[in-house]
Write a protein that binds this ligand. Sequence first.
Ligand code: ADP
Ligand code: MN
Length: 167
Amino acid sequence: MANRPNILVTGTPGTGKTSTCELIAKAAEMTHVNIGDLVKEKGLHDGWDEDLDCYVIDEDLVVDELEDIMQQGGNIVDYHGCSFFPERWFNRVVVLQTENSILFDRLVARGYSEKKRKNNIECEIFQVILEEARSSYREDIVVAMQSDSIEDITKNVSEISEWLRNF
Ligand code: ADP
Ligand code: MN
């Protein structure tokens, strides 16, 4: 086992994963692994899903691509799903959550279609990602954090940095 931990930051699109991970990467010298960007850059997908309006991620290729750096530790991984990663990779799984009307406005600002907004708002209302995290990882490593405001981001970044210092 590596001495430096790996953290997964997950949550519905728009909850603030990338903003949060960028700040933690800077504050705590972690490597930010943005899975969406990696999939695009390295072509780790099986084409475009017209219906869901996103790439069809090739989970096996992503796991193979990351195995070495995950074993080294010190990564903060950013993705809106969590069940296909090997459980052993992560020492902490943070699930970001955002109040519906706030999330809605962020998805509008992002130019998401009505259908894509609806999918994501439902995902948030039914706490799909939190359930996925709780069924994929040990309960005591999964933490939910509210991400409605800039103050929330500051608080979450400092809590995660504190956890890293104590690891
Ligand atoms: P994700 O990576 O989860 O899709 P982003 O970090 O890209 O989310 O954030 C989406 C948008 O919402 C960005 O414009 C970001 O600045 C804003 N945002 C995210 N989290 C917060 C927050 N807690 N408070 C205010 N704005 C936020
Ligand atoms: Mn993102």
